[in-house]
Design a protein. Structure first.
Length: 78
């Protein structure tokens, strides 16, 4: 990940990243009780792929999962 700063007068530039980080902390980090960095490196990709992208509903996508939204979009485009 690469940090970014909002341009002058645009407080919403980084809103998606901030929202994701809040979700990651609340739904994974605080619950998992990591002991080593290796634990983090092993669990975060799994959380992102198996929970965040495939099961968790996203309000910006009409309360669909990202995978479901992409599937629907691909069907409409074909």
């Amino acid at each position: 990940m690469c940090g970014s700063m909002s341009s002058a007068g645009n407080p919403y530039h980084n809103a998606q990243a901030e929202s994701f980080m809040k979700t990651l902390k609340v739904e994974e980090v605080y619950r998992a009780g990591y002991e080593t960095f290796a634990d983090v490196a092993a669990r975060w990709p799994m959380f992102i792929e198996q929970i965040f992208n495939s099961k968790r509903l996203h309000s910006a996508l009409g309360y669909q999962t990202p995978e479901g939204f992409e599937t629907l979009f691909a069907q409409k485009a074909a």
